[in-house]
Each structure stands twice: as C-alpha cells, then as structure tokens.
Design a protein around this ligand. Structure first.
Ligand code: SF4
Length: 83
C-alpha cells in the first residue's frame, strides 16, 4: 500500500524533490500549492520506497498500512486529490 501524507505536513516540499516517481503533488511551482494545506501522494504512482517518510522533518508521512488510527482517513484524502 502506498505512503500517505497527513495533516502534520507543513508544505516544505522537501519530499516532492525526493520522490523518484513524481508521486507527490502539488509541487512548489504548481499554482495549486497555495490552495492546499498539505501535499498528497498519488497511490497509483508511489512505489513504496519510503524516501519521503525518511526525509520528512515533521514525521507527516506514513506507510498506508501503518497509519495511526486517527489519521486513517488521510489515505482516501491523498487518493482523492488525484481524482
Ligand atoms: S514512498 Fe517513495 S515513491 Fe512513494 S511517494 Fe514517497 S518517495 Fe515517492
């Protein structure tokens, strides 16, 4: 299951640059960046490498299978961003 960004995200965009499959959006250059409170991971593009979670200073990113119970709804929130 793909990695998931939660509301601890502060939009520093460090993970966006780290992702080899460009699964994380919006980028800092995307006009949408100003309209969202966090970035999101496209579950269809994520290859589960874990690089984004490792580099996140906020610990905002979790493996989908390991989301804290109170953050479970963020899996659908991440997917919905790309629909
Ligand atoms: S786990 Fe890897 S592939 Fe998936 S969003 Fe993070 S950096 Fe990208």
């Amino acid at each position: 299951m793909a990695y998931v960004v939660t509301d601890a995200c502060t939009k520093d965009f460090v993970c966006v640059a780290e992702c080899a499959t460009a699964a994380i959006a919006p980028t800092a250059a995307d006009p949408a960046a100003g309209t969202v409170s966090q970035v999101f991971i496209n579950p269809d593009e994520c290859i589960d490498c874990g690089n984004c979670a490792e580099i996140c200073a906020q610990n905002a990113i979790f493996p989908g299978d390991d989301l804290p119970a109170d953050k479970a709804h963020f899996a659908e929130k991440n997917r919905a961003y790309f629909n």
